[in-house]
Ligand binder design. Structure first.
Ligand code: ADE
Length: 242
């Protein structure tokens, strides 16, 4: 997949995109990143990319022209899924990430300042938010989106199953606790059940831990989770009522 980002702060992306799993996927040719500086497309002699809002109000607005010119130069008439990161967008979910992972090419606009000239909406297919909080710009959200989508692209993760076996894929429950060696760390012991090799017992314990963690941190997820009669009985012992 080719991923282009349009931003005023290209330097923010280097560490994240060229390191760890994303860096490896890029080295293996699975992902290709191209970061474009919107400022390079300013026609203004001071290279400004923002201006006052018509109608007044606090804060500056990103101008349409540099973003239109940048997008046209990047795409050169080719097709891509064009995304604007904005807290006004629909919320990123695993379903949306999986859908985007099917694309050959995506272009992401990372907005800044109080907002963007509304005429930019003509350039985009999706407005996406990473959650109900406002960050200082769209760069971190763009990196979150890239990371999240990449996990669903075959070959990006080391093990092909890993994208399925985690919180939010696990029947809609949060992930169970994991332990590694040593079995005794400063007197804190690994639960006995994990050491005895009884896989039926281990699976039962893990399921229960997932249920408890979800009840504790995200009880809202239990409404949509796929729960068995045994799950509901276990949860009811811990105060959950459907
Ligand atoms: N820009 C600022 N906050 C954002 C958010 N929560 N999601 C996407 N883009 C943003």
């Amino acid at each position: 997949m080719k991923i282009d980002v349009l931003t005023l702060f290209p330097e923010m992306f280097g560490g994240v995109l060229h390191t760890s799993m994303l860096g490896r996927a890029e080295a293996n040719g699975i992902l290709e990143f191209d970061i474009h500086n919107i400022r390079d497309y300013s026609l203004n002699k001071h290279k400004n990319t923002d201006d006052y809002a018509f109608g007044g109000g606090a804060g500056m607005v990103m101008m349409a022209q540099p973003i239109f010119d940048c997008m046209e130069d990047v795409l050169k008439g080719e097709r891509a899924r064009r995304i604007l990161m904005t807290p006004r967008g629909r919320t990123l979910t695993p379903e949306l990430a999986r859908e985007l992972a099917e694309e050959q090419r995506i272009v992401i606009i990372a907005g800044h300042y109080e907002g963007l000239d509304e005429r930019i909406s003509e350039l985009i297919d999706d407005e996406i938010s990473i959650g109900d909080y406002v960050l200082t710009g769209g760069e971190l959200p763009a990196m979150v989106l890239i990371d999240c989508v990449s996990r669903f692209i075959p070959g990006v993760l080391g093990c092909s199953e890993s994208a399925e076996d985690e919180s939010f894929s696990n029947d809609g429950l949060l992930e169970y606790p994991q332990y590694t060696r040593p079995a005794d760390f400063r007197g804190r012991l690994v639960p006995e059940v994990l050491l005895n090799g009884n896989h039926a017992e281990i699976n039962k314990w893990r399921r229960r831990m997932s249920l408890l963690k979800t009840l504790e941190n995200r009880p809202d997820l239990l409404e949509k989770a796929e729960l068995t009669k045994a799950d509901l009985e276990f949860l009811s012992l811990h105060g959950y009522e459907k």
